[in-house]
Design a protein around this ligand. Structure first.
Ligand code: C2E
Ligand code: MG
Ligand code: MG
Length: 304
């Protein structure tokens, strides 16, 4: 909290003596200080909300789940990216309460979808976890409680963790991962390939899937994508490709044997109501399994 106290004092000074201080700080530094200062209240007042990006199976055209992504609508600065406010929340310890809000709200949303679309019982929701949350021994207890309240089977919740969370090899993280495993939730390794890939540890980690970082697709690193797919086959893991933006990328990835994908080509992350409309549309066009309306081009149908 020392960090937060220091920032609070700095933010107060920025508010009270704007000219004196802001002349020595860049506009971006002032923005960050103000955001840091506003973050506790934003979390309390639930100014942070979730958008949902579909994850699709390209073999069946079905939406298999949604990734929940956090957004902050700030009264002055507009929409703030999670790449800005998640590190701020990590710095001042607010990530724990923010992380709990994200989990609770994503599970509540999945529960509503399950009730509204009973023909889609295997729909899942993916939630990003900060490395700091993995250091919390009561994380599994909180998850168990949320799953129980929202009546969601644990395997329908996928927790996305990054490689950096694993390289530290901390005992606490190991215990927490095992607890999550025992609870039955799924663990997905996010942004695979760009961090310190702990390849030697992969077989022993309690993982269910790898998500290939979107930079491999953007840079056309197809050999690497294929090698990762072969690796997941060998290890008995599922694999999801992130950042698919064009029909050509989709075609190449399909020819390499990938089935599960996510990216702007299918849909941008959508507000909850639009994601619900996407599901409703998909269920109407294929009552047995919701497919993307108009084949693969759901983005054209719904993305704003
Ligand atoms: P991520 O988990 O890897 O999420 C994927 C990011 O790629 C999202 O950015 C998404 O909007 C973006 N994306 C999806 N498809 C495409 C595409 O086709 N092209 C391009 N260029 N981008 C695409 P977003 O929402 O800005 O999130 C950024 C990162 O912030 C996330 O990366 C995740 O690490 C973190 N994050 C987001 N929400 C949360 C949260 O609730 N908790 C935590 N701890 N981290 C979060
Ligand atoms: Mg993710
Ligand atoms: Mg990712």
């Amino acid at each position: 909290m020392a960090n937060l106290d220091r920032l609070t004092r700095l933010a107060n000074a920025v508010e009270e003596q704007p000219r004196a201080l802001t002349s020595s700080l860049s506009a971006e530094q002032v923005r960050l200080v103000r955001l840091q200062y506003a973050l506790p209240q934003a979390i309390d007042q639930q100014e942070i909300y979730l958008v949902y990006q579909p994850i699709v199976c390209v073999r069946t055209d079905a939406i298999v789940g949604f990734e929940a992504l956090a957004r902050w609508r700030h009264p002055t600065y507009g929409e703030i990216s999670p790449t800005v406010f998640i590190p701020l929340a990590e710095e001042n310890g607010l990530i724990h309460s923010l992380g709990k809000q994200v989990i609770t709200s994503a599970c509540r949303q999945l529960s509503q979808w399950r009730r509204a679309f009973p023909q889609q019982p295997s729909l899942s929701v993916s939630v990003n976890l900060s490395v700091f949350q993995l250091g919390q021994l009561d994380l599994a207890d909180h998850l168990e409680q949320v799953l129980d309240t929202s009546q969601i089977e644990p395997q329908r919740l996928k927790l996305e963790i990054t490689e950096s969370a694993l390289i530290e090899n901390s005992k606490v993280v190991e215990i927490v991962l095992q607890k999550l495993r025992n609870l039955g939730v799924q663990l997905h390794l996010d942004d695979f390939g760009v961090g310190y890939s702990a390849l030697s540890r992969l077989p022993s980690l309690p993982l269910d899937a790898l998500k290939i970082d979107r930079s491999f697709v953007a840079n056309g690193n197809w050999e690497i994508c294929e090698v990762i797919r072969l690796l997941t086959d060998k290890l008995g893991l599922n694999v999801i490709v992130e950042g698919v933006e064009t029909p050509t990328e989709l075609e190449i990835l399909q020819s390499l044997g990938f089935q599960h994908m996510q990216g702007y080509f299918f849909s941008r992350p959508l507000p909850a109501a639009a994601a619900t409309a996407l599901l409703a549309n998909a269920c109407a066009s294929s009552p047995q399994r919701p497919t993307l309306p108009g084949g693969m081009s759901a983005e054209i149908a719904l993305a704003s």
